[in-house]
Design a protein around this ligand. Structure first.
Ligand SMILES: Nc1nc2c(c(=O)[nH]1)N[C@H]1C(S)=C(S)[C@@H](COP(=O)(O)OP(=O)(O)OC[C@H]3O[C@@H](n4cnc5c(=O)[nH]c(N)nc54)[C@H](O)[C@@H]3O)O[C@H]1N2
Ligand SMILES: Nc1nc2c(c(=O)[nH]1)N[C@H]1C(S)=C(S)[C@@H](COP(=O)(O)OP(=O)(O)OC[C@H]3O[C@@H](n4cnc5c(=O)[nH]c(N)nc54)[C@H](O)[C@@H]3O)O[C@H]1N2
Ligand code: SF4
Ligand SMILES: [Mo]
Length: 849
């Protein structure tokens, strides 16, 4: 087995080398998939596609050492890769990739760099970062990772360095409204906080009969190929869909899709109208609600607190755990009892309760919710959302007719508006009411595996700023302590709770992907040092002091991956298919070189020497040794050799169950977590109490509180993904093989309602200027006048154009030269309590350029 090539390390440790190095990284492993059937010359190597973020298992096709494409891995339970993956060669052989390490020469933001050797660039990074450690403040360095190439090793370098600050990207994606909104109803909870990431559950499209997509487009933003396949299969099986979207997403399929345009950010109103109908029509199975949900929980009608709770012990998976028991009215016993002791908890009614020294009346959660919903008629919802009341009634009937094989998709990318959290809370409550959660054709739990680790860094001394804000910032109460890019920027600007002075961007585009361009630029200018590890240029690299180009996924071996985003557990591997091009290096090699330079020799010897010597093979061995989530009988089978040969292991999908991972272990139609938070916020007279209300209640988006109505030239900037693009990443937008399709769908344009556009004197194809009156930053794009966009919405495909940073055009040839990015102009704000970047909760103006 080839191990780490020690000579390469020695070479680099010595004299600075002028020319490119041949070293490619530790433990370059050999793939066996050549054994799979091929057509003569081709070799097939298992990879986890990274053309977007989802790591679908595929096979890289290599002819004479060159990548010709990626195709489905037939050993996967749902084989398939999407068109972006097929076009991977357009990323790899793009001369616009960053070819050598670069060091800034001009001002930050000018995007002027000189070429450097690896030793010079690595030494500079190490010297500049080491300083903070020597001063005793390693926490002044924040490490922002997303598309990182050396999982299992790269972040570990900085963990041993001593920083606790790894502000993840997902406050722009799912980590707030979605994770908390679904978590409060379904679970799971970790350290007392709810967090249901989108990889934890999925919609059973294959068996579903009817569904509502609202703020979700599984055919455009595929998520991962298996999900897209399930969606397509469901549609072939006759799945009927209603799509609620400010624009018609043609990717969802034209034939059996019913599209209803909605005013941006008014989804919550539509949903409340729908919930009103479902409740009025009693669209539920009493037995499901009694058995699996806390609908019978008795609550105080005005304070919204459970009438009485206690903690009881239960054994789960051999471990004692505490669960929350609550009072219900037991119809069998004819008295109020704890749920754990009740035989037939009542779903409806008001009862006399004596608990502790209080005697009072309490109502069932179901009745209390129903009472609240009386306010939100379909007519009220129509007034706010523009979705006709009769359509809302029709959707309610369809859900009722098809339940439980019906769903309202709990969304994926959720951080759009101040009220996105409430929207998702309400969606998840409705899926519980109609009995769709944990049922075939409804919402089901996914199963992933968790590989073990090779490197075990000590815990940092300082508290991370994410944890700090979650504990001390009342507005970031439910904020995610792993994903807080926004708060990292705030810390740079305010230096609270302590200064952040340097940032390491490892496959993360803060300036392109997060709302608040003006403030982010201020922060990037203020930092003492910035390094970007990325194969491609992006907005953030314009502000880098040093850029280190790492190899792309087909040019490197990678840690084993267990997140398969699927109800079927999986283990997948990514192996080097081709030699790295230009003077780029394996990200594992880069990590070791940084570790060697930044850490003490003792630390290096303890934590990284084993990897240097054992290479990726050792990492894989340790990962497989410590893997969790694989049935005992299967564990022995999944060896490195097995993965080398097949690329993927899949387990069996368990039968869907309405199992809850909440404090009560019931699907919490009435969230006990929110009730407690609501109580505290009410007591503190906090205006954000409405956000924590466990009941389905209306909360306006931020722009609605600032403006009564939009003027003729004003729009809310909404985005969506196209099947050809992937965020702001150059891997798709500057890709020759995708550019034509991108042009064909006008991925660089903004789409507005035809009548409204005409009233502004605009013609189809005009170049327009778009700006936020609050910061005046101007952007240009072509405008397309369309019947298929709500008058208040300005739609753009996210991430294809350069937005306000036209300097990027110098680094690309195939990408559009104009195109709007709402993040660049967006205010620097975040949604109350949960902390999502609320990228679309503001108003833009347009005029002909
Ligand atoms: N307005 C608006 N904002 C959004 C979204 C939206 O739809 N609208 N989408 C949001 C979502 S869902 C997400 S997940 C985030 C994305 O989070 P971002 O961090 O904003 O993601 P990208 O824009 O893809 O930028 C990541 C960078 O990693 C680099 N990269 C690609 N491959 C590699 C690699 O192998 N190694 C290294 N080191 N670097 C690599 C790419 O050049 C790219 O510039 O953006 C969010 N922001
Ligand atoms: N092609 C492609 N697929 C991807 C990715 C990619 O970059 N490219 N990225 C992956 C990632 S990280 C993610 S998070 C997922 C995201 O997957 P999705 O969450 O499905 O992503 P989007 O396409 O951003 O948004 C879905 C729909 O919401 C609509 N929408 C926007 N604003 C509103 C609104 O106010 N109300 C309503 N009702 N609808 C609205 C958009 O028009 C769009 O059709 O996609 C994943 N898959
Ligand atoms: S969805 Fe497509 S681009 Fe994204 S990882 Fe899967 S195959 Fe690759
Ligand atoms: Mo995302």
């Amino acid at each position: 087995m080839p191990k780490t090539n020690r000579r390469d390390f020695l070479k680099l440790g010595g004299l600075a080398l002028a020319g490119p190095l041949v070293a490619t990284g530790p433990g370059t492993a050999k793939a066996r998939t050549e054994k799979l059937p091929d057509y003569g010359m081709e070799k097939r190597v298992p990879v986890n596609c990274r053309m977007c973020a989802q790591k679908c298992p595929g096979l890289a096709r290599v002819v004479d050492g060159r990548l010709v494409g990626i195709e489905a891995n037939p050993h996967s339970v749902m084989p398939g890769v999407c068109g972006r993956s097929v076009a991977a060669a357009g990323m790899v052989y793009n001369p616009n990739r960053i070819q050598t390490p670069l060091i800034r020469v001009g001002e930050r933001g000018e995007g002027r760099f000189r070429r450097a050797t690896w030793p010079e660039a690595l030494d500079m990074v190490a010297d500049r970062l080491k300083k903070y450690r020597e001063q005793g403040t390693p926490e002044a360095v924040a490490v922002l990772t997303r598309f990182h190439g050396a999982p299992g090793v790269d972040n570990e370098v900085f963990k041993v360095f001593g920083t606790p600050n790894f502000p993840g990207y997902a406050d722009t994606c799912w980590a707030n409204s979605r994770a908390v909104g679904a978590g409060v109803i379904y679970g799971p909870f970790k350290h007392g906080l709810p967090g249901c990431s989108p990889s934890k559950i999925s919609v059973d499209f294959v068996k579903a009969k009817y569904g509502v997509l609202i703020g979700r487009n599984p055919a455009g933003g595929l998520v991962c190929y298996p999900w897209a396949m399930k969606f397509a299969k469901g549609k072939r099986n006759g799945l009927k869909l209603t799509v609620i979207d400010p624009r018609k997403p043609s990717e969802a399929g034209e034939d059996n899709v019913h599209w209803l345009p909605i005013r941006p950010a008014s989804d919550l109103a539509f949903l409340l109208g729908l919930f009103h109908e479902l409740m009025k029509n009693k669209s539920y199975e009493p037995e499901y609600l009694r058995k699996y949900t806390n609908a019978p929980m008795l609550v105080d009608s005005t304070t919204l607190q459970p009438a009485g709770v206690r903690e009881i012990e239960k054994v789960e998976k051999g471990k004692k755990v505490k669960i929350l028991d609550y009072l219900v009215y037991d119809e069998a016993a004819g008295e109020v009892r704890f749920a754990s002791e009740a035989e037939k908890p009542a779903l409806n009614g008001t009862y006399d309760v004596t608990f502790g020294d209080r005697a009072f009346k309490a109502v069932t959660a179901l009745d209390r919710i129903a009472r609240e919903l009386e306010n939100y008629t379909p007519e009220w919802a129509e007034g706010k959302s523009d979705v006709p009341a009769k359509e809302i009634r029709k959707i309610a009937r369809e859900l009722d007719r098809n339940r439980p094989h019906a769903f309202i998709d709990p969304t994926y990318r959720s951080e759009r508006y101040f009220n996105s959290f409430k929207m998702i809370q309400v969606i998840c409550m409705m899926n519980v009411l109609i009995g769709a959660f944990g049922r075939e054709g409804g919402i089901i739990w996914n199963h992933s595996t968790k590989p073990g680790k090779l490197i075990h860094p000590p815990k940092a001394q300082a508290e991370s700023i994410g944890e700090y804000y979650a504990r001390h910032d009342p507005n970031f109460r439910f904020g995610n302590t792993h994903y807080y890019r926004h708060k990292a920027v705030e810390t740079v600007l305010t230096e609270k709770p302590y200064p952040i002075k340097a940032m390491v961007f490892n496959g993360s585009n803060l300036l392109g992907g997060s709302a608040g361009g003006t403030e982010i630029v201020q922060a990037l200018k203020k930092l003492e040092f910035t390094v970007c590890i990325s194969p491609f240029f992006n907005e953030t690299t314009l502000y880098a002091d040093v850029i280190l180009p790492d190899a792309t996924f087909v040019e490197r071996d990678e840690a084993i991956n267990g997140k398969y985003k699927f109800e079927v557990p999986g283990v997948t591997i990514n192996m080097k298919a081709i030699e790295p091009l230009f003077d780029v290096k394996s990200p594992y090699w880069i990590s070791l070189e940084l570790a060697r330079r930044i850490l003490t020799p003792e630390e290096y010897a303890t934590h990284f020497k084993p990897f240097e010597e054992g290479g990726i093979e050792l990492l894989w061995e340790k990962q497989l040794e410590g893997i969790k989530g694989v049935p005992a009988g299967e564990k022995a089978k999944i060896t490195t050799d097995y993965l080398r040969e097949f690329g993927v292991w899949n387990g069996q999908a368990p039968t869907p169950r309405p199992k809850a991972k909440t404090p009560t272990r019931k699907l919490e139609l009435f969230s006990t977590f929110l009730a407690r938070q609501y109580d505290e916020l009410q007591a503190a007279d906090d205006s954000n109490a409405v956000v924590a209300n466990p009941l389905p209640v209306w909360q306006p988006a931020k722009w609605m509180t600032e403006k009564k109505e939009l003027a003729k030239d004003e729009f809310i900037p909404v985005t969506g993904f196209a099947p050809v693009n992937s965020f702001t990443g150059q891997q798709t937008k500057d890709n020759r093989l995708l550019a034509n399709v991108g042009e064909a769908i006008s991925w660089d344009a903004v789409f507005i309602n035809a009548a409204k556009g005409k009233s502004l004197g605009l013609r189809d194809g005009d170049m327009v200027t778009i700006w936020n009156p609050d910061n005046k930053l101007e952007q240009n794009a072509r405008v397309i006048l369309s019947e298929l966009v709500h008058p208040d919405a300005m739609f753009s495909y996210y991430g294809a154009g350069p937005g306000a940073f036209k300097k990027l055009n110098r680094f690309y040839t195939n990408a559009p030269k104009t195109g709007f990015n709402p993040n660049h102009s967006a205010p620097f704000h975040y949604s109350p309590l949960v902390g999502g970047h609320a990228a679309h909760d503001y108003v833009v103006k347009i005029r002909r350029a």
